[in-house]
Design a binder for this molecule. Structure first.
Ligand code: NAG
Ligand code: NAG
Ligand code: NAG
Ligand code: NAG
Length: 427
């Protein structure tokens, strides 16, 4: 998808309006705020329908070759991220809303009234191999004594919650930390000595909202010379970092690097160059990876980058009645490699590959958990209207994911890549 300047101007205009509305009606609800902010960000990019001329062709080299740089031998290995969904009762099948008490209300879709249940009966199937089932016992055993941190926005949190459900089926975790806004969480599995941490960050780098007359404007200043300390201060204790982001970049942002003239996203200042959100996303991941690679006391940190997770509003957007009420997955035909979602994914993969090369001499490891293809096919996996927010009836959440649901596959993929890393470390 290409944007003309007039497109951008128009989008920018809508953006301002939508944000003003947001502050009016979402003020008192912290949790929904996270959700809505994420929904807001998809405002522009969800109206399109797949362009049939740009379908993913089978065995297109892009997906295979992007996962550089790996030794030639590894290239033969199966690409876990290219595949399809197959019907399987119970899907990943590890927990239900009865067996996992920590499912957040807003993701407990059945409790919130969702009636169709077929969407849980699918499993991700890589084209060339099997994705092993998540094995909670083995996971706890493999990661004994380790600390795992999810770093990112409320979709990162969604994966963290799913993993917590998986693991709590075999060992009861202790809720050891929760900040006042419930953005930072720590759970500890005492028998396995495993710590799960959620570190919340909108932009990965430092970002400050512009406030006018005491009211947030929804416009942020990002400082690329300063990485968000809310997560970096914890890095030295972490063994595995699962980094993601993207939903907060679809808004007016000013990008500062030292004393240079800033760049911006969606701004209309005469002397400032305005870019699309992918520009900021690339800068942000580059800066975060540089920080990680330069971190002297971060030990043998392994960083996984979970790629962009698409939203699925249909016939409108989050605040114009857009909805997502499908009841089953789509085929790979919906993958549009020219889409903006795909572009964000490509950027994350490209930057991870560069960081991986750079990190080789520094004892840092980087891998991708590429969920974009799998999740693009799962318009049926979102809470939609069943996210339990009675103040916002009529607004649908087509950004986050029901639990249980297709997001559980992310943790099956996580386990697969962790197994590979642990094997590499032992050898
Ligand atoms: C689980 O979902 C059912 C609907 O399928 C709902 O009636 C019940 O309240 C939910 N239970 C919990 C503990 O969330
Ligand atoms: C801020 O408040 C003052 C006084 O109420 C008002 O005159 C001014 O226009 C406001 N500024 C903005 C940008 O809204
Ligand atoms: C933009 O740049 C021109 C030329 O350097 C300068 O005269 C003008 O004041 C600048 N405008 C703003 C809004 O900074
Ligand atoms: C989805 O919602 C739209 C609009 O409310 C409705 O027309 C359509 O029938 C619904 N589809 C399903 C599968 O429920």
């Amino acid at each position: 998808m290409r944007f003309s300047n007039s497109h951008l101007a128009e989008k920018s205009h809508h953006k301002h309006r939508s944000q003003r509305e947001r502050w009016v009606w979402s003020g008192p609800l912290l949790w929904s705020l996270l959700g809505i902010s994420a929904i807001v960000s998809f405002f522009f990019f969800s109206l399109r329908s797949p362009n049939p001329s740009l379908l993913l062709r089978p065995n297109l080299p892009a997906l295979q070759s992007i996962h550089d740089p790996t030794p030639p031998k590894e290239k033969q290995r199966c690409n876990l991220f290219k595949g399809h969904w197959i019907k399987q009762a119970g899907g990943a099948g590890m927990y239900t809303n009865w067996s996992c008490p920590t499912i957040p209300e807003s993701k407990n879709c059945f409790k919130q009234g969702r009636k169709d249940t077929d969407f849980v009966n699918w499993r991700w199937k890589p084209d060339e191999c099997e994705l092993p089932r998540f094995d909670s016992m083995a996971f706890l055993h493999l990661l004994r004594g380790k600390k795992l941190a999810f770093i990112g926005d409320s979709v990162a949190r969604n994966q963290f919650e799913s993993l917590l459900c998986f693991l709590s089926q075999v060992e009861t975790p202790q809720d050891v930390y929760k900040d006042s806004e419930d953005r930072f969480r720590t759970w500890y599995f005492p028998k396995s000595d495993l710590t799960l941490i959620m570190l919340w960050t909108k932009f990965l780098v430092a970002g400050e909202e512009r406030v006018v007359n005491g009211t947030g404007t929804g416009v942020f200043d990002l400082q690329f010379n300063e990485i968000d300390k809310s997560w970096t201060q914890h890095l030295p204790e972490i063994d595995y970092a699962i980094l993601s982001n993207g939903h907060w970049f679809f808004r007016v942002l000013y990008l500062h690097e030292g004393n240079n003239i800033p760049n911006c996203i969606y701004c209309s200042d005469p002397n400032i160059t305005s870019h699309n959100p992918d520009f900021a996303l690339r800068m942000v991941f580059r800066a975060a990876f540089k920080y990680i690679n330069d971190c002297k006391n971060c030990g043998k940190l392994v960083t996984f980058v979970r790629t962009f997770s698409p939203a699925h509003f249909e016939n409108g957007v989050w605040n114009t009645g857009g909805y997502c009420n499908r009841t089953g997955p789509s085929s790979a035909k919906v993958i549009d490699q020219e889409s903006f979602d795909w572009k964000l994914r490509d950027i994350q993969i490209e930057e991870t590959a560069k960081a991986k090369l750079e990190g080789m001499g520094k004892g840092k490891r980087f891998e991708v958990i590429d969920v974009t293809m799998a999740m693009t096919m799962r318009a049926d996996g979102h809470p939609g209207e069943f996210w339990g927010n009675k103040w916002m009836k009529g607004y649908n959440d087509c950004v986050h994911w029901c639990m249980p649901g297709p997001i559980d596959a992310w943790n099956e993929l996580l386990m697969a890549v962790i197994r590979k890393e642990e094997a590499a470390m032992d050898s």
